[in-house]
Design a protein. Structure first.
Lengths: 460, 348
């Protein structure tokens, strides 16, 4: 049973982590593409349309992979977590069912129109389809976050005679304060992924002296949108989430910060490795009293350490939680620094000639994916040992009939399948980037000759 | 309330079979009827803009099932663990084949994805049929509502069956034949020339198989699952469902011979709807019969979610589906008529 539980958790963690590579990119790009289509509509500058068309192709590839890796998530609630589904389906079935009915139909109908209907729909119609894609994907995001938020901070439920959870208040479920804050924080993270990918491709073109007009356009759009998102990510949304965790999940906060002992004027650990047997941080680099201030706005406030909780209530992966939290915050801080400098250079008209800055932007490509993943690992390992915080422990939620052997079989199957998907994704996106935005694709026949089009190779 | 949700979930899943059925069917037939790259791209193009939306009926139907009958979702998904995981891999393989085939031009690349697409479509049709067969036959539920079936045991319909036994395999074969017919009629409706005549010919041949097997499984189903019959004498109006299936089956071949391909395709839709609603009607109120002890069976009453949630759900479901209907009708109208390949070869 112990082993089965570990494999079930590993499979869900792996499939969810892999899945979320794609939605964070598509949700971020959906907003950026919508912005591009809006500028194109207002200014009649066709470069923006062509830029949007280029990103729509990468969006389409990511979206397809988001869909095919998303279906296993819905299935696994039943296949691997039947105890949880049986108990909580009456509540979270609401948000998951709504996602199917409201978002999936909308997205799937408009995706085809958006990707292949530019000619038939006309300017306004195509702009509208980009708006619907943006709304559909962001709505989908909200309903998933609302589901997760209920597991983090259950509200609006009742318990019936069989121990099943049922809905008591629809609006409390949908407007869970945890969901609102988590959604804002998550979507800003997603926008940063979109921005860094766009800036990275732009910088790649500028450094290689190809498609320079588009390279500049990508970098400019991405840096402006990115710097706004990066700042809001830290404050108020990140700060707000930290306070929420401090209030409702204090053991998680202590583990995230590596705070083993309750103390007044608690420090923030910038570096250090938690040692659970000695209950200390090795090689610590501390900012004294900062944690007390960030959490309670008082330098001397007392912060509860792990020692003030029974060890059975500790998150079961303290070190993983500590590191993922630190990676998220560390990278978030680096993003603010990179984007502020880039925005300053943009403002001074020096960005496109600053090779150092372009190199940094280009190489930053994987960082937002890592930061977003680390953020989700923080949220989900911080929730442990609970599956539904305060209501259901993780071992109670697992499917009792599905053995470790069968789960290993499917987990290995997912490893194999997803390795192939990852290779395909990288290959196809690389082809699109090489192919570039310069060559005309079907759409309004605005055949503005572009000197870079001659270089565009690769089939389509 | 639970009866309403039983009907809604049944309709959503039946819509899934009818709609995704034709693109699965197109996948099954496309290696048979489409002989060159242009023809294959035409077949793919005929489902390209809609297949994704068709598959959403599975997700939305599954989501609705989860919401309305969480105990059924939990029990059946964990009990059918292995076949469902294989369905997932096949859905992934199929989705990737359609979406990525035309991103790279090259004969080997295209041939590979055509093969994957056909294989995944064939296997999915068989799996779906076998899944329905399992639900009708019943599974070894225990008192807590748990079960786990391995892929096969002794291929007999006994108290300890596997996912595959002679009955479920037979239903799988019927599903494959019925979706081949459905797909062939769709391709005939959406294309012209030689491709169309080959599709019509295939439909005419497969029709006999479908007709024969339909008779056989009707007999076999009543034989192995005695629970199915009593609903018909109790509610004679339920005879409209099998009547719809029979009428659809004969109308399909009639219109196909008259070369009225759209009506033939719609008749095939009626056949599938009739078969699935007949199954749902005769099972009600059971949603998952137990082969162990009848009292362990899951019914709409013991598998439903608490009442308030179901009432609230009716409101958002109605709004959501009304909106969805608008998009879907709009989308199908946009892409109605015979398919043509775009000049650039872009897309599907």
């Amino acid at each position: 049973m112990e082993e089965a539980l570990a494999v079930h958790r590993l499979q869900f963690a792996f499939t969810a982590t892999f899945h979320y590579i794609f939605p964070q990119l598509t949700m971020g790009l959906a907003l950026l593409i919508f912005i591009m289509k809006t500028v194109a509509l207002r200014t009649h500058d066709d470069a923006w349309n062509r830029a949007a068309r280029f990103w729509a192709k990468i969006f389409g590839i990511s979206f397809a992979l988001g869909v095919v890796t998303g279906i296993p998530m819905e299935f696994q609630f039943g296949t691997n977590w039947s105890g949880f589904s049986k108990a909580a389906g009456g509540v979270i079935g609401q948000t998951l069912g709504m996602e199917g009915v409201f978002s999936f139909f909308l997205e799937s109908s408009f995706l085809g129109l958006f990707l292949f209907g530019e000619k038939r729909l006309g300017r306004v119609g195509h702009w509208f389809s980009s708006l619907m894609m943006f709304l559909g994907s962001w709505l989908s995001g909200y309903l998933i976050i609302a589901t997760d938020a209920w597991m983090q901070h259950p509200v609006g439920y009742l318990v019936d005679a069989n121990g099943q959870y049922g809905l008591a208040s629809f609006w409390s479920l949908l407007l869970n304060p945890w969901a609102l804050l988590q959604y804002a924080h998550n979507m800003l993270g997603s926008v940063q992924t979109g921005c860094f990918v766009m800036a990275s491709v732009g910088a790649f073109y500028l450094l290689g002296r190809r498609y320079e007009k588009f390279g500049k356009l990508f970098v400019r759009t991405a840096v402006i949108a990115g710097v706004i998102a990066a700042c809001l990510q830290l404050w108020p949304t990140g700060d707000g989430q930290g306070k929420m965790v401090a209030r409702y999940q204090p053991p998680a906060l202590a583990a995230m910060e590596g705070l083993f002992h309750t103390q007044q004027g608690a420090p923030v650990a910038i570096l250090g490795q938690p040692d659970l047997s000695k209950r200390t941080l090795d090689n610590p680099l501390m900012v004294p009293r900062a944690l007390s201030f960030f959490t309670y706005r008082s330098w001397a406030a007392q912060v509860r350490g792990l020692d003030s909780f029974s060890q059975s209530d500790w998150p079961d992966q303290v070190a993983l939680l500590y590191f993922s939290y630190h990676i998220m915050v560390g990278l978030g801080t680096i993003f603010i620094a990179i984007l502020l400098i880039a925005a300053w250079k943009l403002f001074r008209h020096k960005l496109y000639d600053s090779r150092a800055m372009l190199w940094i932007l280009m190489l930053s490509l994987p960082l937002p994916f890592i930061a977003n993943t680390a953020g989700w690992i923080t949220a989900e390992t911080g929730r442990q040992p609970w599956l539904i915080y305060g209501l259901m422990r993780t071992p109670q939620g697992v499917s009792p009939e599905v053995s470790a052997g069968n789960t290993w079989f499917t987990l290995l199957g997912f490893f194999g399948t997803y390795t192939v998907l990852a290779i395909l994704f990288l290959y196809l996106v690389y082809l699109e980037i090489e192919h570039g935005p310069g060559e005309e694709s079907p759409g309004p026949s605005s055949s503005v000759p572009d000197q870079s089009a001659a270089q565009a190779g690769g089939g389509n | 309330m639970e009866t309403i949700w039983f009907c809604l979930v049944a309709v959503m899943l039946a819509m899934y079979v009818v709609l995704d059925g034709f693109d699965l069917g197109a996948g099954i037939v496309h290696l048979l009827v489409a002989r060159n790259d242009v023809e294959r791209r035409l077949v793919l193009h005929s489902i390209g803009p809609v297949w994704d939306g068709n598959e959403v009926w599975l997700l939305a139907g599954g989501g609705t099932l989860y919401f309305a009958f969480p105990a059924l979702y939990a029990s059946s998904f964990s009990g059918f663990y292995l076949p469902l995981m294989m369905v997932l891999w096949l859905l992934i393989m199929r989705g990737v084949s359609v979406e990525f085939r035309n991103h790279v031009s090259g004969a080997i690349w295209a041939a590979f994805w055509d093969g994957c697409f056909a294989l995944a479509s064939v296997l999915l049709a068989i799996f779906y049929g076998a899944a329905l067969g399992n639900v009708v036959r019943g599974v070894p539920l225990d008192a807590q509502g748990h079960f786990f079936v391995s892929l096969w045991t002794n291929f007999r319909v006994g108290p300890n069956p596997g996912v595959l036994d002679w009955y479920t395999v037979m239903i799988g074969v019927v599903a494959l034949a019925a979706l081949t017919l459905h797909g062939a009629l769709w391709v005939a409706h959406k294309t012209e020339g030689e491709l169309q005549s080959r599709a019509r010919f295939l439909a005419a041949v497969v029709w006999w198989l479908v007709a024969l097997l339909t008779g056989l499984i009707t007999y076999a189903s009543f034989r192995i699952q005695p629970k199915l019959w009593p609903n018909f004498p109790a509610h004679p109006w339920g005879a409209v469902f099998p009547a719809l299936a029979v009428a659809g089956l004969f109308a399909a071949i009639w219109f196909s011979r008259k070369r009225d391909d759209l009506k033939a395709f719609l008749a095939s839709c009626a056949y599938l709807l009739g078969m699935l609603t007949s199954a749902a009607f005769s099972l009600y109120p059971w949603v998952l019969p137990a082969s162990t002890d009848a009292s362990f069976s899951l019914t709409v009453h013991n598998a439903k979610a608490p009442e308030y949630g179901l009432r609230i759900g009716l409101i958002w479901w109605a709004i959501g589906m009304a909106l969805a209907t608008v998009y879907i009708v709009f989308n199908y109208r946009r892409f109605s008529g015979k398919v043509k390949l775009p000049a650039s070869g872009e897309g599907y």
